[in-house]
Ligand binder design. Structure first.
Ligand code: SAH
Ligand code: SF4
Length: 369
């Protein structure tokens, strides 16, 4: 069996130049120039066909097509909500499927919620993805492909920045991005490149359940905006809702957040707080939250719980959410209540899950036979 051709659309600039030299398509002296030419076609124009790259010699285009590919992964399903939210189910490989969601009206124009893993190793009790065992990490190419698919679908390759409907990226899809930081970091290098998809790092938010030892590295390598899935203000409750808290309790998490590179009033941490009826939504907990965040440049995103089949919680009442928000707000923190989007297509926060399961390699070979 020959190996699948390398997909150039998922490489950083340095990796792209190296791949061209390796394949004999460019000499080391030509690599930068040739790499830059290709980069524009792939990441600014969104081309998936070497033949259309008009400023590259015909023989070179043929040589590229022989050795490499620019193909997108397969879209298994596309659903559009009545509120305009779009959800794609993407098949990266047989049995490796993840979801990506575009939400209009979030951020400057619209945000793409990308997945970093298929499934998740963590088992937050309120999260649908948490019920799906980890299948595997997505590669940088597979993370970038999610942005490319959105650009294809929205038809805005080449669009001027002010006209684009895709303006922000949030790593709030399936998986824990800090358990796949190398791929997330490479993907951000590509997605934020000015001569490409050009979504600036200030418009990229990485959400984590609190992988404390990786927080500083995230800031240093990506300069992304930080979001923390907090959900509780004391260790007893957070141990239950976000089991990772047993490894990295709240005090350690808060210390690491205070040390996050680049944190300032202009670059605040977002704290996500899912509103669970009778579990974490009392006024006393709102006051405890305010005390916990004292001195941290923060905004608080209150997320009404989104139910999923078999979920063990209910969403807090509207009145409880409003009381909670008012207490946090009075303490000087912005506390928007996140309007649930795309619930009708199970695309809202925490509703993502695919049928992919980890199959033993032997079983996969049988299936493929
Ligand atoms: N693993 C990362 C990123 C993905 S989850 C993390 O946990 O931060 C994205 C956000 O959706 C997190 O804040 C998560 O806590 C929240 N979420 C999960 N399930 C939810 C649900 N059922 N309703 C509302 N929000 C949920
Ligand atoms: Fe994983 Fe985040 Fe869901 Fe927790 S909330 S199970 S960390 S995806």
């Amino acid at each position: 069996m020959t190996a699948a051709p390398l997909n150039l659309a998922g490489l950083t600039r340095a990796q792209l130049s190296a791949a061209l030299v390796d394949a004999g398509v460019a000499t080391p002296a030509q690599a930068r120039m040739r790499g830059a030419q290709l980069w524009g076609w792939v990441h600014h124009h969104g081309l998936t066909d070497f033949a259309a790259m008009s400023n590259i010699a015909k023989e070179t285009r043929a040589a590229l097509a022989e050795r490499f590919t620019l193909a997108r992964p397969e879209i298994v399903e596309r659903l559009q909500s009545t509120d305009g939210t779009i959800k794609w189910l993407i098949r990266f490989a047989p049995g490796v499927e993840a979801e990506t969601v575009y939400i209009p009206g979030v951020g400057r124009a619209g945000a793409l919620c990308v997945s970093s893993q298929v499934g998740c190793t963590l088992n937050c009790t309120f999260c649908h993805t948490g019920t799906q065992a980890l299948v595997r990490n997505l590669s940088a190419a597979e993370i970038i492909a999610q942005a490319q698919i959105a650009r294809d679908d929205l038809g805005e390759w080449n669009a001027a920045e002010g006209e684009r409907r895709l303006s922000n990226i949030v790593f709030m899809g399936m998986g824990e991005p800090l358990y796949n930081l190398d791929a997330v970091s490479d993907a951000l290098d590509v997605i934020s490149d000015n001569e490409g998809i050009a979504i600036s790092r200030r418009r990229v938010t990485v959400s984590t359940s609190g992988v404390v030892p990786k927080l500083t590295e995230l800031g240093e390598r990506t300069s992304a905006m930080l979001a923390i899935s907090l959900h509780a203000t004391n260790d007893e409750l957070r141990d239950e809702l976000v089991p990772l808290n047993r490894r990295y309790p709240i005090a350690e998490l808060m210390a690491a957040i205070r040390a996050y590179p680049g944190l300032s009033n202009a670059r605040r941490v977002t704290f996500e707080y899912v509103m669970l009826k009778g579990v974490n939504d009392s006024p006393a907990e709102a006051r405890a939250l305010v005390r916990l965040l004292a001195g941290v440049p923060a905004k608080i995103n209150l997320i009404p719980f989104n139910p999923w089949p078999g979920s063990p919680y209910e969403c807090s009442d509207r009145a409880a959410i409003e009381t909670f928000a008012a207490i946090v707000n009075r303490a000087g923190y912005a506390s928007p209540v996140r309007t649930p989007r795309g619930r009708d297509i199970l695309a809202a926060c925490g509703q993502l899950r695919t049928e992919s399961a980890k199959v033993r390699a032997s079983a996969r070979r049988v299936e493929a036979a």
